[in-house]
Each structure stands twice: as C-alpha cells, then as structure tokens.
Design a protein around this ligand. Structure first.
Ligand SMILES: [Zn+2]
Length: 207
C-alpha cells in the first residue's frame, strides 16, 4: 500500500482477522485484500462522481414517473380501474392494515425521495471538489436508508400478490410500476459502495 496516501487515508480493519492496514486509494475496479487471510478489504469505485450524479438525475426523473403514472391497473368483469402509488397507499391506510400502509408509504415514496435529495446534495458538491455542508449527516442518513430500497422490492411484490389473491382480479402493471422498479435498481446502484467512496475521495474521516 502506497505510503504517499497514508497522510490522507484512514485505517481499515480486516473484518475477518482484525489486521489493521492503511486504507488504500484504489482506482476504479481495483480491489485490496488482507495479506494475512485474503479477505476483501476495499474495492475501487465502479462509477465516477459524474456518472453517479447523472444516475441520480435519472433517478429523480424516474421517481416523478413512478409517482405520476398508475402503478397498476385492475380489471374485473369488464370494469377497470387504475391506481397510482399515492392512491394505493391511501387505500391501504383506510383499511384495517394501516401499519402496513405506513411502512409502504414510507419506503416507497419517502425513502427514495430522501435518498435522491441527499445523493444530489453530496454529489453536486463532490463534483466541484467540495465537501457538502452536513456531509457526515447526509452519508449516515444514506446508510440508514439503504435497507428501505431492498424492502421496496419485497413490498411491491407482496402488494401485487395480495391484490391478486384477494379478489382473483386481473392485475396488470402500469407505467408507474416499471418506473418504480427502475428507480429501485438505480438507487441500489448509486447508493452502494460507490457513494461510500466519497469519504476517502474527499478526505473526510469516517466517524
Ligand atoms: Zn484478514
């Protein structure tokens, strides 16, 4: 590991054998392994800050689509109805399963919105070579929000399954659902370790 980077780079501890190393500065797609046990220590970023920012903008547009267009159409005996994300959450909130509605609403609408805003904030500043005000808080919030995007995938599936089972209705996915799926993929892609690389790139010490 290069000595030149040592002043800037904090330490990294092997999760498997507790060996301590100076955090290596890796180029894209490079990896660093523990010398004692061979475990993966760190991985270079796959996407540049510019690419991450572009993907964040794409996610913002897809998010608007996901909230504007119906996520599913339901038809039964010649009658058909379409529901947007908001209408679905609203409908759930009026039923007996309000807790599920709350969780669904939170994860499907607010978690991605917050993630997009936080990502845009740190990335716009990183692109200009600055550390965004509140960088640490933003990055920590992003870490906490990460599991929500995984939950989204499950919830969408469960939602469709419930509706299908409940009334033997014909359910077909709308534009909103495709947008939703794309959004989930984008956020998982952007919010992963590539963004975590900003800690080192901007030289902000991790807490
Ligand atoms: Zn090790």
């Amino acid at each position: 590991m290069a000595e030149a980077e040592a002043s800037r780079a904090p330490l990294v501890i092997c999760e498997h054998c507790d060996s301590v190393y100076q955090r290596p500065v890796l180029a894209r797609k490079q990896t660093a392994h523990c010398q004692r046990c061979g475990a993966l220590l760190a991985r270079g970023r796959r996407l540049s800050t510019d690419q991450l920012l572009a993907l964040t903008m794409a996610a913002a547009i897809v998010f608007l689509f996901a909230n504007t267009f119906p996520i599913m159409g339901i038809s039964m005996q010649g009658l058909s109805n379409e529901a947007t994300l908001w209408q679905t959450v609203e409908a759930l909130a009026q039923g007996r399963i309000t807790l599920i509605a709350l969780v669904t609403g939170l994860s499907i609408i607010f978690a991605p919105a917050l993630q997009i805003i936080l990502l845009a904030w740190v990335l716009v500043h990183a692109r200009a070579g600055r550390v965004a005000p509140g960088f640490r808080a933003c990055m920590r919030a992003l870490e906490h929000l990460r599991p929500w995007s995984m939950l989204e995938v499950c919830l969408l599936g469960i939602l469709v399954a419930i509706i299908k089972l409940a009334g033997m209705l014909e359910v077909h996915p709308g534009i909103g659902l495709w947008a939703m799926s794309m959004l989930t993929v984008l956020i998982i892609l952007i919010g992963g370790r590539d963004v975590r690389g900003l800690w080192d790139e901007l030289g902000v010490g991790r807490p």
